[in-house]
Every structure is written in structure tokens, then in C-alpha cells.
Ligand binder design. Sequence first.
Ligand code: ADP
Length: 309
Amino acid sequence: MRTPDGESVISVRGLRMRYGTRDVLNGVDCTARRGEVLALLGPNGAGKTTTIEILEGFRARSAGEVSVLGSDPARGDERWRARLGVVLQSWRDHGKWRVRELLAHLGSYYAPYSTDRIRRPWDVDDLIAAVGLGDHADQRINSLSGGQRRRLDVAVGIVGRPELLFLDEPTTGFDPQARREFHDLVRRLASDETTVLLTTHDLDEAEKLADRILILLGGRIVADGSAAELSRLMSTEARVRWSLGGRSFERTTADSTRFVRRLFEEHGAAVEDLDVRRPSLEDTYLSMVRESEAGRGAAAGSERQESTR
Ligand code: ADP
């Protein structure tokens, strides 16, 4: 759900990050409105974690304008930080603690940051039920299964009722049922106006969960839109396969309807095994990654050539 004025929770313009002499982010632009679920996609090393850490205030940027919940993360104070939730890797400490105990303890830190609108922290038993750990509330953390631990990670991330939640590959290691329950939870959070920014390698997850998908490649956001918008934007060509008299044919065309009509006009009932396929979001994403890598390879090649002159 969005507020009527579409208030910006994240606003990033021209974000740059350089490690040593290497530019990892070359001018990232993006925004998120209240209650939106965004998925940030990109191959390993694209700079997703760097971007998220800058937004969380954990990492100082090299250049650019960044506003998160109305503040510059580089100057975010405790009160600002209490409005964020972060789910990173699995919770490895406090193995002897019990689930309810740990969440009550961590939640107590948020109590001073309640507002008229948001009561912090989340009631522990409601939270445990919401993440599907109802049967494990009194279990020690080191006896939880991998999937249960991941649910606990999510509970730890949202115990302070964050207005903005960062999820780094949240469903790694989930079985299909846990994944579905987690998706339902994220949707519930979003309908309560929590803004969610998640990274994932699972295109299917991005497509199911995100209002908008952002693709980070070559240090920039190269595509930004709903899954349907990205598919329309990028998948203009379709592959048509058919056979005629026992021989197989294949053609890529931007106007498959016209092409198929012509095919039937010419060959009528002799056309067999007709198959028209548009690239899926995953096909399109992978071909963008390949193109970007080929471009980088070519650029590196020309740099090498210049340096040998
Ligand atoms: P992703 O999360 O998309 O895999 P990262 O943001 O972790 O990407 O990393 C982007 C690039 O920046 C990688 O090449 C990584 O090696 C480099 N990098 C990340 N953190 C540092 C750091 N502290 N110092 C130097 N290089 C780093």
C-alpha cells in the first residue's frame, strides 16, 4: 500500500562508490515509496551489498545524494536507525538462548522509539506466530533447523517494527512451503506500509514478490520496473520454431503474429510443431548480464591495448 502522496522512503541520485582505484557504483539512481517491495538484482560483485550498506548507514559513499526515511544515512542517529530493519546472514550468536527470550531481549531496545503511529517493539508472541515459529518459541536457538533459523533472522530484523526493511537473500535454504509463508509475510508487512528492499538471485522470487525490480549492472541501475514492464520493455523479440515436411526451422522476430500469419498463408496445414516463445524475465536478465560482461571484457581489452602502445 502506498501513501496518497507517494512519499519517498529511499531517494538516491548519482550514487558512486570507489574502493581504492576501482569504481563499483558509477551513478546509481533509484527511489522507493512507502509500502513498496523492491528487488535488487545483479550478479555477484555487482555492488548490491555495497548499495544496501550505504543505505543502511554502515558504509560511507564516495559521492551522490542519498536520503533514507528523510535523513542522510551517513548522519543517521539512533532514532533513525530504530526505524530500519536489517536481515543479514544467519543469527549465530546466543545459541543457548530460547527464541522467545532472544526476541524479547532484542525488542526491548526499541521500546524508547515508539511513536504515536508505531508501537515498538512488536509483541513477541505475535511476532513469533507471524514468522511461523509458534511451535519453537521455547526452543534453544542452536537446536533450530536451517529454515527455522532463517525465520528467526527475519524475526530479529522486524522485531522493532521497521518502516524500511532490508533483506539480503532472505529465502536461501528455505523449502517451498517456508518460501511461500515468507512471501506472505513480506506482503503483509508491505500492506502495513513497511517498505522492503531485498536482494535475491531467484528471478521467480523477484517476480512474485516485488512491486519493482531494479537490475544493477556495470555500477548502474540499467532496468527499473515491474516484472511485466521489464518483460515488455526487454522482450521485444520472440523465437518461432516450426517444421515443414520433416525439416525444423527457427526464426527470431519482433512481430511474431504477422510472421506466423504469413507462414500459414504460405504453407497452410503443412506447418507443424509450431512453437512461439518470448524470453522469460530470467532469459532477458541473463542476456543483459552476458552483454554487460562482454562490454566490460571489450573495455578491459582496449585498455590493455592502449597500455602496450
Ligand atoms: P554484490 O553484493 O553485488 O555481490 P558487493 O557490493 O559485495 O557486490 O561487491 C562489489 C565489488 O566491490 C566486488 O568486486 C567486491 O570485491 C568489492 N568490494 C566490496 N567491499 C569492498 C571493500 N571493503 N574493499 C574493497 N573492495 C570491496
